[in-house]
Design a binder for this molecule. Structure first.
Ligand SMILES: NC(=O)c1ccc[n+]([C@@H]2O[C@H](COP(=O)([O-])OP(=O)(O)OC[C@H]3O[C@@H](n4cnc5c(N)ncnc54)[C@H](OP(=O)(O)O)[C@@H]3O)[C@@H](O)[C@H]2O)c1
Ligand SMILES: [Zn+2]
Ligand SMILES: [Zn+2]
Length: 359
C-alpha cells in the first residue's frame, strides 16, 4: 500500500493544502525527502501568492493532484546542505521559484533553458524522480536541488522580493527575449495584478514609456503615483481605447481570464509585439486581420531559466525594484484567494510563513 504523505520521507514538514476543487486551504502534515548530495534544505520565511496558485487549487486546468500545497515564489534561509553543495552555506538567504527540476540533458536544458524542458518539474503538483509528489512553499521547509536555488541579493528584502521569483522573472524574460530592452519605446502592460505591476517597474527601468491597460478604474491613481506608469488606459472605455489605437510598440498581457485579444492588437503599431503571459483555462481567439495587415506578432513565454532568474534578481536589486505587497498571515489565505479572484490585491499577497504558519 502507498505510504501516506506523512510517512513517505524522513523529514517532517507542515504546510497548508487544498484537498479538492473548492480550493479551501487548511493545515496539512506531510514529509520531505532526505537531502541527496545536491539538495539544499530551506526554511521558508515568505511566500508570494501567484494567480497560478489559485488556478491550481481550483483545478482550472484539470491536472491538479490533490492534496496540493501551492507556493512557487518563496524566500528563506539555508538550514541543511547535501554533501556536494558548494554554492551555498548554512544561513544563506535564498529564493526558490517555479522550477525545482529538469532533465538537464535535452536541447532546452543544454542551452540553459530549463524552463522549456519537457520534463521540467514544478515547485508543486509535479512528481519527483522517486515517484512522490512535491509540495510548494506554503509550508515550513523545502528540499530543492541546488541548481534551482537562487542566491538572494543582500539589498533585496526577503518579503517584498519574494514575488520576483515568479512574477518578476515571468515579465523580465520576454522583455529580453523579444527585444524590448532598448530604451525609449512605448510599452503597454495589460492587467494590473502581480505580474503586471512588476512589469511596469521593469519596463520603466528599461527606459520605456509605460501605459497600464486595466479594467479596474480604481487602480488609476496607484498606476501613476505609486507605480510610476506614464499613463492609464481603461480597457472598458471605447473612446479612450480608440484614441490609443496604433500607439504602442509592445504589450505584455498578464490578464488571468479569457479576454479578447483584438483590442490589444489594435493598440499596437505596425510590427508591434503582443506577449501573452496569462494562462486562462480556455483558449483565446486570435483575430487574424490586424495581425496580418500590421505584421504584428503574438508570442508567449514561460517564467525564465535559473541563470536568467539570478540575473533578474541582480537587475531588480540594482534598480531598487520590489513588489508592492500586502503581507498576510497563513490563516488569511482563503480570504486572500477570494480577493485575488476578484483582482482585489495591491498588488501581491505575501504570506509571512515563518511568522504565522499554524495548525
Ligand atoms: N507565463 C508564465 O510563466 C506565468 C507565470 C506566472 C503566472 N502566470 C499566469 O499569469 C496570469 C496573471 O497572474 P498574476 O499572478 O499576475 O494574477 P493577478 O495578480 O490576479 O493579476 C491578473 C490581472 O488580470 C486582470 N483581470 C481581468 N479580468 C480578470 C478576471 N476575470 N480574473 C482575474 N484577473 C482578471 C486584473 O487586472 P485589472 O484589474 O488591471 O484589469 C488582474 O489584476 C495568471 O493566469 C497566471 O496563471 C503565467
Ligand atoms: Zn507564479
Ligand atoms: Zn531538459
Amino acid at each position: 500500500m502507498a505510504k501516506s504523505p506523512q510517512e513517505e520521507h524522513p523529514q517532517k514538514a507542515f504546510g497548508w493544502a487544498a484537498r479538492d476543487p473548492s480550493g479551501i486551504l487548511s493545515p496539512f502534515h506531510f514529509s520531505r525527502r532526505e537531502n541527496s548530495p545536491d539538495d539544499v534544505t530551506v526554511r521558508v520565511l515568505f511566500c508570494g501568492v501567484c494567480h497560478t496558485d489559485l488556478h491550481s487549487i481550483k483545478n482550472d486546468w484539470g491536472f491538479t493532484r490533490y492534496p496540493i500545497i501551492p507556493g512557487h515564489e518563496f524566500t528563506g534561509i539555508v538550514t541543511k546542505l547535501g554533501k556536494n553543495v558548494k554554492k551555498f552555506k548554512l544561513g544563506d538567504k535564498v529564493g526558490v521559484g517555479v522550477m525545482v527540476g529538469s532533465c538537464r540533458s535535452c536541447e532546452s536544458c543544454k542551452q540553459g533553458l530549463e524552463n522549456y524542458c519537457p520534463k521540467m518539474m514544478f515547485a508543486y503538483n509535479s512528481i519527483y524522480h522517486d515517484g512522490t509528489k512535491n509540495y510548494g512553499g506554503y509550508s515550513n521547509m523545502v528540499v530543492v536541488d541546488q541548481h534551482f536555488v537562487l542566491r538572494f541579493p543582500d539589498n533585496l528584502p526577503l518579503a517584498a522580493g519574494a514575488p520576483l521569483l515568479c512574477a518578476g522573472i515571468t515579465v523580465y524574460s520576454p522583455m529580453k527575449y523579444y527585444g524590448m530592452t532598448q530604451a525609449g519605446k512605448h510599452l503597454g502592460v495589460s492587467g494590473l495584478g502581480g505580474l503586471g505591476h512588476v512589469a511596469v517597474k521593469i519596463g520603466k527601468a528599461f527606459g520605456h514609456k509605460v501605459t497600464i491597460i486595466s479594467a479596474s478604474p480604481n487602480k488609476k491613481d496607484d498606476a501613476i503615483k505609486r507605480l510610476g506608469a506614464d499613463a492609464f488606459l481603461l480597457s472598458t472605455d471605447p473612446t479612450k481605447m480608440k484614441a490609443a489605437l496604433g500607439t504602442m510598440d509592445y504589450i505584455i498581457d498578464t490578464v488571468a481570464a479569457v479576454h479578447p485579444l483584438g483590442p490589444l492588437l489594435g493598440l499596437l503599431k505596425v510590427n508591434g509585439k503582443l506577449i501573452t503571459l496569462g494562462l486562462p483555462e480556455k483558449p483565446l481567439e486570435l483575430p487574424i486581420f490586424p495581425l496580418v495587415l500590421g505584421r504584428k506578432l503574438v508570442g508567449g513565454s514561460n517564467i525564465g531559466s535559473t541563470k536568467e532568474t539570478q540575473e533578474m534578481l541582480e537587475f531588480c536589486a540594482k534598480h531598487n525594484i520590489t513588489a508592492d505587497i500586502e503581507m498576510i498571515r497563513m490563516d488569511y489565505i482563503n480570504t486572500a484567494m477570494e480577493r485575488l479572484a476578484k483582482s482585489d490585491v495591491r498588488y501581491r499577497f505575501v504570506i509571512d510563513v515563518a511568522g504565522s504558519l499554524s495548525e
